[in-house]
Every structure is written in structure tokens, then in C-alpha cells.
Design a protein. Sequence first.
Length: 278
Amino acid sequence: MSLPLVLSSLAAPRTYKLSTTSLVRMNEAEEQNTYHTVVRQTLLERKPNNTYRLALEVLDFQAEKATFFNELSADLNQVSNSLVVQTDVYGRLVRIENKADMLEVWQRLKPNVVKKYQQYYPPAFFEAFEQNIQTEGVFEKTLRHKGLHGVLLAGIYGYGYVPEAPVPGTRVLEQFFNNIDLPLQTSTRLAAGPTPAHLTLHLTGTLHQAALREDDLRRLLRTMADNPLLKVSLTANCQERYDLEAATGWLVAAEQRLQAEIPGIYRNEVHHQLATVG
């Protein structure tokens, strides 16, 4: 293909299941879990400039291992289980349009959530969460290029792919290390699809060293370790595959792998697998 890849209207929403395996190791502490999310995606509007309005509704979420953090996340994530989002021409998340609905859900949940976790988190924690919903652009940073929204809104549209010409790009995983971003340089190429009715895209990414706030990352980890001489050397890479309907541009299946590591200190591995279920 050479025309820009676009997302076309469908007669009905598309339902997906995302299975995510996550491993995070910090020094000697390690947490590993697998999550399953079912989501319904609806294209509300494709604007004349080929940007999109989409509805994303989480229908079900399950964690294979029950933990305190997962329970807290599930309680807070109820706020973002039903979103209307605006994307750019590439299909990347730009803005959440139904913040008022999110705030209404939070106000309903807040009394019980605050009470449930009052032994562990002060009221200021939940006030900050509420402020993040209301402040322009802040909540988007927690979703952009991460998890479910990072798979469905990966930024693969708007390019005219041809097999012999990989498309270079950049991606920023905001607030990956506290307030420090993880920048990646990417390359996307068109591969042979499983059938003539499908397109397959392969994306690879490596650490964008020049864009990394390396001094800030080193300072953060040295402070956390209380070691001013701690050696900090970050590596990161990702591999992704997207199978799409050639006629509509809609995802049929997708897979993402991300690994970020600071040897001896930190390791983060995430594996997403998306499948169409309805």
C-alpha cells in the first residue's frame, strides 16, 4: 500500500481481549502478574483531517494474582473505564473529552474509596488523584502509550507504508520513572499479512539516548538507593506487531513487548497480546 493508512467506520463496535504479563524488579523485590481486559471500541467520528473520536469501554478486568496494589488500581480505574478520546492523525491519544463524566464517577466512588484505604493513604493522595482528572493534559499522560490505550492508540495510522521503506518515528512513555519519561526511536515496516485481506506492521524501538533526561534519572536512583556513586546505565527496546483489516484499517490482533533495564537495579518487562473477540 502507499496511501496513508486510515481507520474507517464500521457498522458495529469491535470488542477485544487484551492479555498482559508484567514483571517489575527493583533491587531484590520482584512483582509479576498477568491481567486480562475486555474492551469495546467504537469509532464515533473520523474528521475531515483524518483525526478520530473514539469511545473505549472496559467491559471486564481480571488480575490472576490478587494484590493490594491491584485492588487499589481497579478501584481507581473505574474512573477511566468509559472514555471518549480525541486522537491525532496517527491515532495517538491527544485528549480525553469526557472529563466531566470521569469526575462524576469519582465523586460517587470517593467516599467509599477514601474510607477503604484510609489506613494506607492520606486524604491528600486522593485529592491529588481528583486534581489530575481535572487538570488539562495530566490524566492523558498516565494512559498515552501504556497498557490497553497504548495498544489500541499506538500511532500506526497516517502513514503510507511500503515494504521496502521502513517508517522512522519517536515515542515517549511519559512518567515512566516517576516524573521522568522513557523516549524511544522506532521503525515500522509493512510485512506480508496472513491473507490478502490483512495488513501486518512490524515495529521495533530502541532507547532514544539523546532525549533521555539521564542526569535526572541518575539523580533519582542514587537518591532512592542512598548511594551517590551508584552506576546507572539504562537500556530499553520494544518489538510490536499489528494485524489489520486492509479494507477498514481496524485491528484484528496485536502484540507488544517492552523491556527496560538498569543492570543490577531495575528491570521492567511488559508483554501485551490483543485479540478480537466480538
